[in-house]
Design a protein around this ligand. Structure first.
Ligand code: DAH
Length: 337
């Protein structure tokens, strides 16, 4: 029996060296226990006087083996931890994976600023449809079918009487049909024209304004535009009105701002004139008021319309309208404030 114990000791001692995991140590221990039990079951065949001495040997053996298992468990546990650390290792000096934050498009920035400025003067925002009828886009705006002013804009027609709106002015009619004066609305949106060069795009954005009330005059328009110019550009920006023509306004004006680049002295941007044309405006033509059921003898109004791209290009010094639509993020993200 002593030999059996010796063999078991050797087997376990050599095999335990091979174990790499806690599970393997545990399984070896179970095997050891069952084999020891087997050996001990032979004790009853020993002469009585030899039993105590043998029992002592077995106990010592058992204790020594338990210590061995215990020690190996500690070693294996450490090995397992090291393996885990190695597999989970991260290099904190490596550059992180960053997700690019977006930025508002310059057109959106300018649109938001315009809304802020005019909302401060009591304007409400109204958004009209991009697909319009011929009536809202032209006829109701005092531009009948044979009117020469229709040649001013090359229109995308979808059907006989359906088109992509060429101007946000169409929204004026929609508002005046529904609401009674006093009216003070701002109408931003996309417009479409068959036009394409460095300063024109077939799709662009406009901001329309309309005020209708008793006693509204051209002075109100001028004062409000002066406020807009100071807030959008600089506090010293001046406004100039020049006579012009639009079928839906009478009188009509073209609005210039003093050049923000040279302060009015004359430079390349303003082509030496000191002024930059930014929008069209005028007193709402009495025919337009009549078309919407507003009495022109009781109410007067002014309207204005500007290209948002044009304002953005002037404000940010962009010289080709196409760069606004290429969606190059390196370009777009420069403008976020
Ligand atoms: N709708 C005109 C255009 O697209 C701009 C315009 C001019 C709007 C005069 C107005 C206005 O409201 O009064 O060219």
């Amino acid at each position: 029996m002593k030999e059996k114990i010796e063999t078991l000791r050797q087997t376990i001692t050599s095999e335990i060296e091979q174990t790499q995991t806690g599970r393997a140590v545990y399984e070896l221990k179970v095997r050891f226990q069952s084999e020891l039990k087997e050996i001990m079951s032979g004790m009853k065949d020993l002469p009585k006087e030899e039993r105590p001495a043998f029992g002592k040997i077995v106990n010592e053996f058992k204790q020594a083996m338990e210590e061995l298992f215990e020690a190996r468990s500690v070693v294996v546990k450490e090995m397992e931890m090291q393996k885990k650390y190695a597999s989970e290792r991260i290099d904190i000096t490596m550059p992180g994976k960053t997700r690019k934050a977006g930025a508002l498009h310059p057109i959106t920035l300018v649109k938001n600023q315009l809304i802020d400025i005019f909302a401060g003067m009591g304007f409400k925002v109204f958004e009209g449809p991009e697909i319009e009828t011929d009536y809202y886009n032209f006829t109701a705006l005092n531009t009948p079918k044979d009117h020469p002013a229709r040649d001013m804009q090359d229109t995308f027609y979808l059907a006989e009487n359906l088109l992509l709106r060429t101007q946000t002015s169409a929204g004026q009619i929609r508002v005046m049909e529904k609401e009674n004066p006093p009216i003070k609305i701002l109408s931003p949106g996309r417009v479409f024209r068959s036009d394409d060069d460095a300063t024109h795009s077939p799709m662009f954005h406009q901001m329309e304004g309309l005020v209708v009330d008793k006693g509204i005059t051209l002075c109100d328009l001028q004062g409000m535009l002066a406020e807009f110019a100071r807030k959008m550009f600089t506090s010293s920006t001046k406004v100039r009105l020049r006579p012009s023509y639009f079928p839906f306004t009478e009188p009509s004006v073209e609005v210039d701002l003093s050049c923000s680049e040279c302060g009015g002295k004359g430079c390349r941007l303003c082509k030496g004139t000191g002024w930059i044309e930014v929008l069209g405006a005028g007193m709402v033509n009495r025919r337009v008021l009549e078309n919407c059921g507003v009495d022109p003898d009781e109410y007067t109004g002014f309207a204005f319309g500007m290209g948002i791209e044009r304002i953005a290009m002037l404000k940010y010094g962009v010289n080709n309208i196409k760069t606004l639509f290429e969606n190059d993020t390196r370009f777009i993200e420069q403008f976020e404030e």
